[in-house]
Every structure is written in structure tokens, then in C-alpha cells.
Design a protein. Sequence first.
Length: 318
Amino acid sequence: MEASRNRGFSTAWARAAFALDLRSLAAYRVALGGVLVADCLLRTRDFRLMHTATGMFTPDAVREYAGRATWWSAALLSDSDAWAAAMLALEGVAGLLLAVGCATRLATILAWVAVVSIVRRTAPATNAGDSWLACQLFWACFVPLGAVWSCDARRSGREAGPRSECAWSAGSVALVVQLALVYLSAGIGKCNDTWWSGAALGHALSVHDHGTHLGRVLSDAERIVRPLTRLVPPFEIVGALLVLAMPMASVRGVLVTAFASFHLVIWGVMSVGLFAPIAIAAWLPLVPAAWWDRGRRVAGGASAWDWGVGRRLCVRRP
């Protein structure tokens, strides 16, 4: 009986930790789509410099720099400018399809191929956010992003009902574990004298191409910045552990709010590109079902899809 009770507890914990609400996955899908479109548009600013054979990173130089990793880049199949533009266009189109949930699974796969190809093509300038986006898209291929609030769901006649539904699979496990490992490794990596002394953020904010105007102003306020700097490593480590150790809705809600706020603040004081939106998107699958249920009651029973423009883009079944 004790063994049966332990198995029951383990199953309940695993389901609480790794089962993701379909509405949270829909919000995640929309956020990923927005990030992809934004990334595509931002990259067009330096298209010739960063993505063409006559730019900063010639194909041979990239192959020498990244080695076998370039085998995964479809962008290096051709040196023509038109092919490079096609890869960026693929990223943007896949992002749009994801945002509205049209051919969701195919769009996710194409988005992953495009992002990995572009990241490998610009390997010398790749940052952690680019790699994390690629990893998120890979595991997103294995969860039902388009199950609700999407064109796919509309066409199939499936809409988010009054009762919450969850996805529990290897893909959902991977998304949650990946999120926890990202922050656990980041927190452990910051356990050094630079962070414990409180100097790390001040140094980063004072660098002209890292800190924003607000960040450079804050870099002089040591009484504020130093204590906050010392809090970052334990904040990331404890948050990562709580994701797995305490998967209750109340705790998840606090974590989502805290880390989203954390990245918004970082975005406001540092020039981190799209890292903040990518990180915030990664937390959306963990949004508790209770939040959506409460929002539905406030809206009088209407779903977010009913209020969105996406509904008008889809064709009803006859």
C-alpha cells in the first residue's frame, strides 16, 4: 500500500509539474510568432552586412568558425543574396502562421529550420537568446500549440471550453525542464566574486553599448544596484528549483509574474535585443489554468479568441 501511495504521489507531482494548459500553450504560440516576425524585421536592417556572401561573415569564414555546426544551416546551401533573403522570409512567414495558428505544426517546424539556419549562418554574432529561441522551437514541435485559439482549432470545430484542458507529454516535460535548467545554470554561473561583490550589474550598465540611458543613470546609484546584483544569482537558482519542486498554481503564478517583471526591467536598463521577449515567452506555458478561468469569468464566458482579430482570418466549417 505504501508503494501504491508513493506512485500516486509521484504521478500527481509529475502531472502538476509538466501538464501545460492548452490556453497557455496558445499564448506561447502567439508570443513565439511575434518574436519570429520581430527578429525577421530587425535582421533586415543589416541584411547585406550579416547575411550575404559579400558581408562581414563570408560562408567560408563561418564554416571555419563554427565547423560541423554549419551542417545544420540551410542558409549555407547557397551563397546567393536571394537565398539569404528567402531564409529570412521563411522565418517571418512561419512566425505569422504561428501567431494565428494556421498549419501550426508545419509552421513550428519551418520556424525551427529557419532560426537554426540563420543562427548558424551568423554564428560569430549569435547570442544566448538566439540559441534559446531555437531550443524552444524544437520542443514546441512536440506540444499542441494550435489546439485552441487558432485557425486550426477553428477549422476543426475545437474551441477552448469552460473547463481547462492540459497537454502532458515528452514535449511538455522538455519545455519545463529546459526552462528550469536555463535559470539554474545561469544562477550557478553567476556564483563568483564579481556578482557577490555587487559589481557585475554596475559594470554592465556603464558600458555604452550595453546599458540604456536609464541603465547608465542607475549605474551610478550603487546603493541600489549592488544589493540588486547580489540578489540575482539566488533569485535565478531558487526560481528554477521552485518550477519543479513546487508546481502548484499559486507558486507558478508568482514565478511567471516575477520573472516576466525581471526581464522587463533588464530590457529597460540594458540593450539585450530580443532576449527579454524570448525569455518572457518561455514562461507563458507555465501560466496557471486558474488565470484563464478567471479571465473567462470576467469576460462573461467569451474566450480570448472571440475577442481577437484572428477569428476573422479563419474559415468556418460548412
